[in-house]
Design a protein around this ligand. Structure first.
Ligand code: ADP
Ligand code: MG
Length: 571
């Protein structure tokens, strides 16, 4: 057997189904072997997008997606994908070709310290010394990426291994890594958690993407509904319990965080997204019940004196909590008439009314609220929504709703822009192979789209029926007006055009037309509605871009707090 076939067979034995990549020296044969082994090889246009796609497979399936790339620059282009997966706690595996070992340090073609480069952004990195060792390393990489807190792994394949042949008897293909072992929480702590929740005046559940990843939607939902707790999802925790559930208080997010006295954190870190769990966004005396697979995470930023930390997996621990409720306090529910509920409800309805008003304003050019509101109105209820951009993603969080777990993918913990098309490709492959009829809707800002716009060719090549909506406001965050761009007084755009500006009224939909997909340019509500309707009917099985002209002045409605919590200066 040659090295390329050993790699392919080892990946196949690990249950890998999708390999995203760009081939070239020395991994072309690996790509061919992958196909020969019956795995799907998805040729991408940039290694970065390939790595993002592999990460999304990891999040959506619980097993690593694989990314196959060439040495040097090819491998380095996957670094942001490795980091994105590790920081989001998603399994994924990059296989990078490398220079022949006997040319190390000689200035070999595309030579680079690849293993060292991957080390900071992966849980596990290795360089097998021989062909017969490859299956051992692939099994280990897959297992480490999935077990404990998930993350990325990197395997370096020196070029000479690819074509080297070894006797088949010398190869031991390792068996498929089983699902991560269940990790129960300490029963005493689980009971204490239930007591703390039932004695709270203002309890709140925060549902993070760890709960989605853990497939804990059944038990989390039961905990929320049976005992009547208000809850908010994190950006990718949306859909574990549906966004339009009556106990969802996301529209009163700031108030809920501030007034809660006992907070149950289900797979969400107290990082920037949750304002570090600290004042001014949280009550300084609030107690936290934090459930996480990673014990080192428990108490991060808040300390451990106000913490009831339970190390365990969310599926197991939430089931234990349901049992503890049953035995300690079966008939308890959080009353619906407390001052906390009243305060939350009044804020929810005021904020919903404000957003509602914004989303019916039909003025031209359209606002983000209107454009995204139309998308929400017309897409199927259980679509997978991929969303990135600044205003597009922020406003999309309130306007675009999820009703099923693992149906939202966005810039995530690392705030990575440029993930949208790679994520959509991964989701569309899974939809095609596992969830027939499922729509993938990719809502991009114009800037975010630009990072990996050439993946539109990939999407068309495999005929993946992704509906891409580009909320085009001529720039990053706040866009520029056509008048500014065309101003005759402007002599040198590189000095005089705002740094956030992109070319106005760019016809991004022409890109998809070049590859045989369907494109629309929508400048009015009528055009947008028509484009959405046709995309979801006549062109439902084709890739589509709807390029929506959005008012460059349109921004998010004013918020009580700035989106990014800064640490106050001690000086
Ligand atoms: P969000 O962005 O939604 O707030 P984070 O990525 O910050 O979510 O947090 C997810 C957390 O979930 C991580 O700390 C991770 O360790 C944890 N996690 C991942 N899988 C599991 C699991 N099966 N059980 C418990 N915790 C998990
Ligand atoms: Mg923009």
């Amino acid at each position: 057997m040659d090295g390329a076939s050993v790699i392919a067979e080892a990946l196949k034995a690990q249950g890998v189904e999708y390999v995203f990549g760009i081939v070239g020296f020395p991994v072309i044969e690996v790509g061919m072997a992958v196909q020969a082994a019956g795995l799907q090889y998805i040729g991408m246009r940039n290694e970065q997008a390939a790595a993002y796609a592999a990460g999304a497979i990891g999040y959506l399936t619980g097993r690593p997606g694989v990314c196959l790339v060439v040495s040097g620059p090819g491998m380095l282009n996957t670094i942001s994908g490795l980091a994105n997966a590790t920081i989001n706690c998603w399994p994924m595996l990059v296989i990078g070709g490398a220079n022949d070992k006997d040319q190390d340090s000689m200035g070999a073609f595309q030579e680079y310290p690849q293993v060292e480069s991957a080390r900071l952004c992966a849980k596990y990195t290795a360089r097998p010394a021989s062909v017969s060792q490859i299956p051992f390393f692939i099994e280990k990489a897959v297992r480490i990426s999935m077990y404990g807190r998930p993350g990325a792994a990197y395997i370096d394949i020196s070029g000479e291994l690819v074509n080297q042949t070894v006797p088949e008897e010398s190869i031991r293909i390792m068996p498929k890594v089983g699902p991560p072992p269940p990790m129960l929480g300490d029963p005493g702590l689980v009971e204490e958690a239930v007591r703390l929740l039932t004695s709270a005046k203002n309890p709140l559940i925060i549902i993070g993407k760890g709960a989605a990843y853990a497939n804990a939607e059944g038990s989390v939902r039961e905990l929320v509904t049976k005992y009547g707790f208000p809850f908010i999802p994190s950006p990718m925790g949306k859909g574990v319990v549906e966004d339009d559930h009556p106990q969802c208080v996301i529209a009163a997010r700031s108030r809920a965080l501030l007034q809660a006295d006992v907070i149950l954190l289900l797979g969400a870190r107290l990082n920037w997204i949750l304002h570090f769990g600290l004042p001014p966004r949280f009550n300084p005396t609030a107690r936290f019940i934090q459930i996480d697979i990673c014990p080192e995470e428990l108490g991060n930023n808040i300390g451990t004196n106000r913490l009831l930390g339970v190390a365990g997996d969310i599926l197991s621990v939430t089931n234990q909590m349901l049992e503890a409720f049953q035995s300690l306090n079966p008939n308890w529910t959080y009353p619906r008439n407390t001052p906390f509920w009243q305060s939350l409800k009044s804020k929810v309805s005021a904020n919903q009314k404000a957003s509602q008003e914004l989303s019916v304003d039909e003025s031209v050019p359209m606002s983000f609220y209107y454009a995204l509101g139309q998308v929400q109105k017309m897409i199927p209820r259980d679509s997978i929504i991929v969303s990135e951009g600044s205003s597009t993603m922020d406003i999309g969080r309130t306007v675009l709703l999820n009703h099923s777990p693992r149906h939202r993918l966005d810039a995530g913990t690392f705030g990575t822009m440029g993930v949208g098309l790679g994520f959509s490709i991964a989701a569309a492959l899974l939809a095609r192979d596992r969830w027939p009829g499922k729509r993938v809707v990719c809502v991009e800002g114009d800037s975010a789209f630009g990072f990996s716009g050439m993946e539109v060719e990939t999407i068309c090549r495999y005929n993946l029926p992704i509906l891409m909506v580009i909320a085009n406001n001529n720039g990053i965050g706040m866009g520029i007006e056509a008048e500014t761009w065309n101003d005759v007084e402007v002599k040198d755009r590189s000095v005089e055009i705002p740094v956030t500006g992109l070319m106005p009224d760019t016809r991004y939909e022409k890109i998809i037309e070049a590859f045989g997909g369907k494109g629309y340019f929508a400048t009015t509500p009528t055009e947008l509605e028509g484009a959405l309707r046709e995309s979801l009917t006549t062109y439902a099985d084709k890739p589509v871009i709807i390029n929506v002209a959005v008012n460059p002045q349109s921004t998010r409605k004013s918020q009580d707090f700035n989106w990014l919590t800064r640490t106050e200066s001690k000086l």
